[in-house]
Ligand binder design. Structure first.
Ligand SMILES: Nc1ncnc2c1ncn2[C@@H]1O[C@H](COP(=O)(O)OP(=O)(O)OP(=O)(O)O)[C@@H](O)[C@H]1O
Ligand SMILES: [Mg+2]
Length: 364
């Protein structure tokens, strides 16, 4: 309105106002996150661009409104004089931090959990298989070096073929099961030998698994992360920063205790600027096969509330199911089973949501 004059308004003032606007998904303000570009002040208003790293489309609207509110309230510029544009960071191979993306691999998705035993590997295995059933080319990397479970859950044993590549580095062929390319430390070491991996060895091994395995061509590489938020998980999260990790999924059970660890696990990815694709709630409830009665064994709503609070989607709720457990033990993922207590449709819909969220991230 009439309050607007070029003399009053400076880029610094605009930036100060925008410092009050939080990035809804990742936290921190837009200016500190270096997301505000090209502030231009003209007689007819102020314009600037917001460089998005991760947000899904719905967040754009939220960010725009928050920016307009801040400038209107703090600097007295009415919103019709504010022009907010959006740009996205340049990315290839699906990764924002594309310094060393894996050639021929479009999307890398980490499946993590704050706690052990919540069903991380079950989700990773079924997500991979469900994506493959959708027609995608999928790889599954077992980064849980202390407790590799992919060989058992995918029903595969054996040693990967290795040869020396043109660059003089060893190259490994992934094993295959159910149409999915697989790599696990379980294929390389004897089960009966205790494995003691220290931090640097862990990153070294992960690098080999990422770069010295013939993954390409893949649409999705799913990584089953080690449980927890300790040294090993953190080291891996940091190493993955350079892979152009598309995003992370966190698995939790409805217990509040697990939820606290979930926040830590998500913080870990947030610290290394990896977008959170969402939360999967596992063992969410139990339906008695004989009566059809539903039991909310651990209570309800905790994961939904957490997702809400963190501003990330709840990608799905998987009930407890005998066939899910059996599928894991038999090396045939539940998503391939026809049994109703395998909840194949639930896993399939989680995979569809993940794929949708990934493509939204890519096409901002
Ligand atoms: N929804 C479910 N219904 C029934 N059993 C399940 C379900 N999810 C997981 N399980 C079973 O619970 C056990 C632990 O699951 P899983 O190995 O996937 O967890 P994890 O988080 O990967 O554990 P770890 O921390 O040891 O890696 C397995 O026996 C698995 O088959
Ligand atoms: Mg596991």
């Amino acid at each position: 309105m009439g309050l607007f004059s070029r003399n009053q308004l400076t880029e610094a003032k605009v930036l100060d106002a925008l410092r009050t606007v939080q990035e809804p998904e990742l936290g921190g303000d837009l200016v500190s996150r270096k997301m505000i570009k090209n502030v231009v002040i003209k007689d007819d208003g102020v314009s600037f661009a917001v460089e998005l790293t991760t947000p899904a489309c719905p967040l754009k609207h939220e960010i725009r409104t928050a920016c307009e509110d801040a400038i209107e309230q703090i600097l007295g510029v009415s919103r019709e004089h504010i022009n907010v544009e959006f740009t996205a960071q340049v990315r290839t191979h699906g990764g924002i931090l594309d310094k060393a993306a894996i050639p021929g691999v479009s999307h890398v998705i980490a499946v993590s959990a704050g706690k052990g035993g919540v069903g991380k590997s079950t989700v990773a295995v079924n997500l991979a298989t469900a994506l493959a059933r959708e027609g995608a080319r999928v790889g599954l990397l077992d980064a849980d070096i202390y407790g590799p479970s992919i060989p058992l859950m995918m029903g595969t044993t054996g040693q990967p073929d290795a040869e020396t590549g043109p660059d003089g580095q060893p190259r490994m062929q992934p094993l295959q099961a159910h149409g999915i390319k697989l790599m696990s430390v379980g294929f390389l070491v004897d089960d009966s030998q205790p494995v003691i991996w220290r931090g640097p060895m862990v990153s070294q091994l992960l690098r080999q698994f990422l770069y010295q395995v013939d993954w390409a061509p893949l649409d999705y590489l799913i990584i089953d992360m080690p449980p927890g938020t300790g040294d090993v998980a953190l080291t891996l999260a940091q190493s993955l920063q350079n892979v152009g990790l598309t995003g992370a999924i966190t698995v939790t059970t409805p217990q509040q205790v697990a939820a606290i660890d979930v926040i830590k696990s998500m913080e870990m990815f947030r610290k290394v600027n990896v977008p959170l694709l969402g939360i999967v709630e596992n063992m969410a409830y139990f339906v008695a096969p004989d009566t059809g009665a539903r039991y909310d064994i651990f209570g309800t709503g905790a994961a939904a509330r957490l997702a809400d609070r963190l501003g990330v989607p709840l990608l799905g709720q998987i009930p407890l199911g005998m066939s899910i457990r059996a599928g894991g033990d038999d090396g045939r993922p539940a998503v391939l089973s026809e049994n109703s207590d395998a909840y194949a449709d639930v896993f399939q819909s989680i995979a569809q949501r993940v794929a949708a969220r990934v493509s939204v991230l890519e096409h901002i």
